[in-house]
Design a protein around this ligand. Structure first.
Ligand code: SAM
Length: 293
């Protein structure tokens, strides 16, 4: 494990660890064996619960294809979670090395248990990461939502997304693929339940995180990346949240024994909020495929 936390991270490291350093045993209950914390790809009519794991691997395989990194020398995963993408791309798709960035020390502990010498997991923010061996391709899967402080004025937020794309550009070879999956927000109605739920997310689960608007991302990437595809995949994430709620319900007593009632109730509430806000189209979940200019 490599730990490098150089500059101030925005939003702050403590706010991210509040969510991502709940124990690995608890996350294993919620997420199941794939330890993927993002949406999967299921076909119409397929039973999401029964085919949860296949759907997660299908998504990873599709992303690997889109980033054109089969057999690549070096692949970067920004916000790598428990390392499932890097394990897949190196063990199944022939990439020689994968570097993962996360702020969670417990995720890095988990990645070490994968015993995959091709993966280097770093406790390092994307803004601190530099390399003298540019990558052949990169992923950022449902992590960008954590990279910009919600209290910044809109102009400053756009600058921050621009800084993110500049940093990724500096890490990639020309022509490299970069696949992003990110929630984005639509103009939200002033509905009391929704406002209460958003306040809960801001205060109690993901303090200071900003769900971007698509225009903030496209403005940030302009001139640095060619945009090949933008596709809205709301249900891919919503359906995964519903399966995780089922997993948690089935093993609730164990989860409470591990982390206590308050943490379990927080996860139940936030997963339900994500599911319904995606289903009701308050939020999007965009797959954005880019090529580094
Ligand atoms: C929702 S998880 C997604 C994990 C993984 N991509 C997946 O799909 O399963 C978000 C990840 O972003 C990471 N993260 C948040 N802020 C970060 C930052 N500033 N730099 C690097 N990683 C960050 C978290 O530690 C976590 O691993």
């Amino acid at each position: 494990m490599t730990t490098v936390l150089a500059g101030p991270v925005n939003p702050e490291v403590g706010a991210i660890r509040h969510h991502y350093e709940v124990s690995n045993a608890f996350y294993r209950i919620v997420l199941g064996p794939t330890m993927m914390y993002s949406g999967g790809y299921w076909s119409d009519g397929e039973d999401r619960y029964a085919a949860h794991d296949e759907g997660q691997y299908r998504k990873l395989d599709a992303f690997i294809e889109l980033a054109r990194v089969k057999g690549a020398d070096r692949v970067l995963d920004i916000g790598c979670g428990w390392g499932t993408m890097l394990d897949r791309v190196t063990r199944v798709h022939g990439a020689k090395a994968g570097v993962g960035l996360t702020l969670s020390r417990t995720q890095v502990d988990w990645i070490e248990t994968l015993n995959n010498p091709a993966i280097e997991a770093r406790v390092e923010s994307w803004e601190d990461h530099t390399t003298d061996q540019p990558y052949d391709g990169a992923f950022c899967i449902n992590a960008l939502e954590h990279f910009v402080l919600s209290s910044l004025p809109p102009k400053e937020r756009t600058k921050r997304y621009q800084f993110f794309f500049e940093r990724v550009h500096s890490l990639l070879k020309p022509g490299a693929g970069f696949v992003l999956h990110t929630m984005t927000a639509e103009r939200l109605p002033l509905n009391r339940q929704l406002l209460d739920d958003l306040k809960f997310l801001q205060r109690e689960e993901f303090a200071g995180c900003h769900i971007p608007h698509l225009s903030e991302l496209t403005a940030g990437a302009e001139g640095l990346f060619e945009v090949n595809e933008i596709k809205n995949e709301q249900l891919s994430f919503a359906d995964a949240c519903r399966v995780w709620l089922q997993y948690l319900a089935e093993r609730r007593a164990e989860a409470v024994a591990l982390e206590g009632e308050t943490v379990v109730a927080r996860f139940e509430r936030y997963l339900d909020i994500f599911a319904y806000t995606l289903e009701d189209k308050y939020f999007n979940n965009f797959r954005v495929v880019l090529t580094r200019r």
